[in-house]
Each structure stands twice: as structure tokens, then as C-alpha cells.
Design a protein around this ligand. Sequence first.
Ligand code: PLP
Length: 439
Amino acid sequence: MTRILHRSIGVALPHAASAQGVYITDTMGRRYLDGSGGAAVTSVGHAHPEVLAAMRSQIDNLCYAHTSFFTTDAAEELAEKLVDLAPEGLDYVYLVSGGSEAVEAALKMARQYFVEINQPQRRHIIARRQSYHGNTIGALATGGNAMRRQQFQPILPETHHVSPCYAYRDKGIDETPEAYAARLADELEAKILELGPDEVMAFVAEPVVGATLGAVASEADYFKRVRAICDKYGVLLILDEVMCGMGRTGTVFACEQDGVTPDIVTIAKGLGGGYQPIGAVMLSASIYASFANGSGLFQHGHTYLGHPVAAAAANKVVEIIARPETLANVNAMGARLQSGLEAALGAFPYVGDIRGRGLFRGIEIVADRESKVPFDPARKLHAKIKRQAMARGLVSYPMGGTIDGINGDHILLAPPYIIEASEIDLIIERIAESIDAAI
Ligand code: PLP
């Protein structure tokens, strides 16, 4: 009997009791290897002594002070640290409590920017199909995940969507990555022209698509082309790094690998590493200046933004992420995960694609490798794989295909950055067994 409205009703969940490093233990004493960091949250591992000490010290001094009355050293230091690490051009930070809040704030920031600079007609948001930007109304409307949007469609504000960069399914056989990137950029430009170039506010995209497609990175110079189009029409580029940011793909910010700096970037998950709920929006100096020289405020806010204990935890998490040995491990273990998965699953007739960057890897499952036809969604294969993996002591993040039938079931693997080679090998062994057993 439970009094909680769980995500899935009627599913008996183990009770997590403790966690250490890359393992979570339940109240029955079973140990689970955290192969997906929950939902790509656990970045520096569970119970990291340095993070716990930073939180304890903050708790002993100050647990809360409302941000309309006070700032705190913890929040100021975190903002400073993030600006130091970010690509040049992201100069200010707005602290929130999670990913959806970050996306909502980013959208409102973009809108207020255009009001401040006297372009109030700019209101259209363009994002991509098969994307996920959060579950609150504005973030859900921005996302292009048809399944998640379906029943809420009538209450979502209007947004517009173009194709994602999804080479496995969309790039023509004879098309070069450059030509593919150019085709997608043309599609974005056509959408801007259709809506009216001076009426479009922002283009929103995940540098590496997480929850909807399973670790799909862009091809060639896709984001450089997107950046150029946004600049051409004065459209703000918002990159959503809630899932793929904070070291997950092997660089602190995922967009570093795409060679672009957005006007606004959202981060969360790995930023707090699961220790505290925290997210952030980073913005350019010109957006900041429009507020500072205009109305003098950002017309937004939540009770817990800039929470000092969350900021203290994130401060230490970010410090650990930025250490060269941490990112070196993400890259080395990520490469081991990729090649190990290819070796273990390459011969499976129902494994269509294995992809990703750093410790952010996706496996796409198909009914037929040649045609790439997905399994019937009614089979709920992803749910079976998840159950099989849990039974083998592995936390993974499988998801179903989108209801528009474009992609099939996929599994996201995103273990903590401190993972060791033997644990990577265990993930590979257990996920291979789980997929096999589920099919
Ligand atoms: N944006 C992206 C890219 C995400 O992957 C997610 C969550 O998975 C969100 C936003 C929403 O974050 P949260 O669940 O913290 O609200």
C-alpha cells in the first residue's frame, strides 16, 4: 500500500536505502549498479565525501534566505565558477531548482529581452521534433516529443518544430554529413521565413538529444550553421544542456564540441549531481544589459531559486567535474562503453544503432536492422528491458519509441563520471543479457 501517486501506478518499486559511488542499495540489501545515473543526474557518484562536507558546512551556517532580500556566498561563487567554465559569451547566471524551471526561465528571458530592446513582436519559438525540454506547460510545448505532448496538446501554447539532426534515420545514403547539416539548416531558415523573420524569438535545441532519442549528437557543422541562421535573423539560440551538459559528454558544456556559443544555455541534472535539486540558466552579456539598462529586473522568480544548500552542493560538484582527471575518465570510460557495447551487441539482429559522446550513450532497438522498422510500441519493449535490467542489478534508462513511429525503443546509459573499467564491463554484460531476455 502506498499513498504516493507514483509515475507508474501499481508497479512495486524497491525502496532505495543507501548509495555509494556507482551503487544504490535497497532496503532488502540488493545492490544496483547505477548505469544511467538515474536519468543522467548522478555525475560525480553517490555520497562523494567532498560534496557531503560542503553541504554540511552550508547547512550549519545557513539553510535559506529569500533571494529578494539576500544573496549568498554559495550562490555568488557558483555563478562565478560556471561563468569561468562556460564558453566565452555566457557571462551571467540565473539559478533555479531543476531542468524544466531552467527552460521556462530561458523562454521568458528571451521574450523579455525582445520587449526590452523594443521588438515586442518577436514571440515565436521554434524547436525540434523528437526533443524533450521538460514537463511544465511551456517546456512541454517547446519539446517535440509527440507521446509526452499528446493529451496536453489542447492546453499547450503554440510552438513550431523542425527536424532534429538524426543521421541514423534521416541522412540519405549518398548524403554527406555536411550536406545533411545544410539541408536541416535550410529547413530551419525556411521555417523562420514562413513565420516572419522579425517575429521569431528563439530556436531551442539539445546539443545531444537525450530522453527522446537516446544520445543523438549532431552531424558535421550543423550547430555552426544553425548559429549563423539565428544571427542572420536576430533569433536567440537557446541550447538545452539540462541532460547532456556538465561534463556528461566529455566537455563541461556539450556545445563546446559543436563549436558554438548559444545566447542562453540551460543546465541542471549533473549540476547538482543528485545531491540537491538545482538548475541554472546562463545568458549573454547583451541579454543581461537589456534588463539592466531597461526595466532593471527580470520579471520572473521562484521561492527556492539560488537555494544556498543546493548552491553549496553544486559548487563542489562543479569543482569536481572540472578537474582534468574527471573529464579524462568520462572520455576514457565513454570510449570503453561504446566499443564494449559494439562488441557485445553488434551481432544482435535487433540492435540498430549504438551512439553518443562521453558517458552519454544510446542503443536503438529495431525489429529489423535493414529496414530500421521499430518494434510494435504495444510490446512496451523498453519497459521489459528496464525490468530485466533491474532484476540483474542494473539501473538503465530505456524509453519507448515516439508515437509518430519515427524511432524505436532505445536505452540511455549515463553512469557517474567516477566509474571504473570493471564497472563499465558489468553494465555491458548486464544490458546485453537484459535486451536478449526482453526480446
Ligand atoms: N531538458 C532536457 C534536455 C531534459 O532531458 C530534461 C529532463 O529529462 C528537462 C529539460 C527537464 O528537467 P527536469 O526533469 O529537471 O525538470
